[in-house]
Design a protein around this ligand. Sequence first.
Ligand SMILES: Cc1cc2nc3c(=O)[nH]c(=O)nc-3n(C[C@H](O)[C@H](O)[C@H](O)COP(=O)(O)O)c2cc1C
Length: 177
Amino acid sequence: MELNECINTRRSIRKYQEKQVSKDTILEIIKAAQMAPSWKNSQVSRYYVVTSEEKLKMIKECLPDFNQNNTKDAPVIIVSTVVNGRSGFDREGNYVTHIKDGFQFFDNGLQIQNLCLKAHDLGLGTLIMGLYDEAKIREILEIPEEQIIVAVLSLGYPDIEPVAPQRKDVEEIVKFS
Ligand SMILES: Cc1cc2nc3c(=O)[nH]c(=O)nc-3n(C[C@H](O)[C@H](O)[C@H](O)COP(=O)(O)O)c2cc1C
């Protein structure tokens, strides 16, 4: 897909077809995520891909009701984490910028946007979710303490074509000097 079209037509998808996503496709999408820039190429993002019926049910139960509803048909859930204390930190583990631990989440966001765009490019849809039961997800997926869970995403073939939510006027968010 042409880049502008991909950027402009990607939408958050809250209804999915009953169609599985192959492991190769999931890996291709995560490979695209990995191509994003990161602090000193530290590549701190990690991905926990859930496709088994049993684990899908368990993870979806960690979401608030409205997100359980949004993801009820999703065949894949991806939990993304960052390895804490590397991106934006020095070797002694001190923050080195005014945004403190923010760059590790910045790096993760860059990867997740690549992931969403690549999924869309391949005809798939995604939904990023920021609300979930962190402790339960950590336990179910055995996520180590040194990683911080950042985002939970659903992935699958869309069964809906949402209209784009309106964006602010570009003049409103830009200041030239
Ligand atoms: C960090 C983050 C958290 C989000 N959490 C949720 C969520 O919990 N549930 C949901 O339905 N959408 C969630 N969204 C999706 C946004 O609502 C959506 O991206 C926004 O309305 C713009 O729509 P679009 O993605 O179709 O362009 C989240 C998006 C981001 C980036």
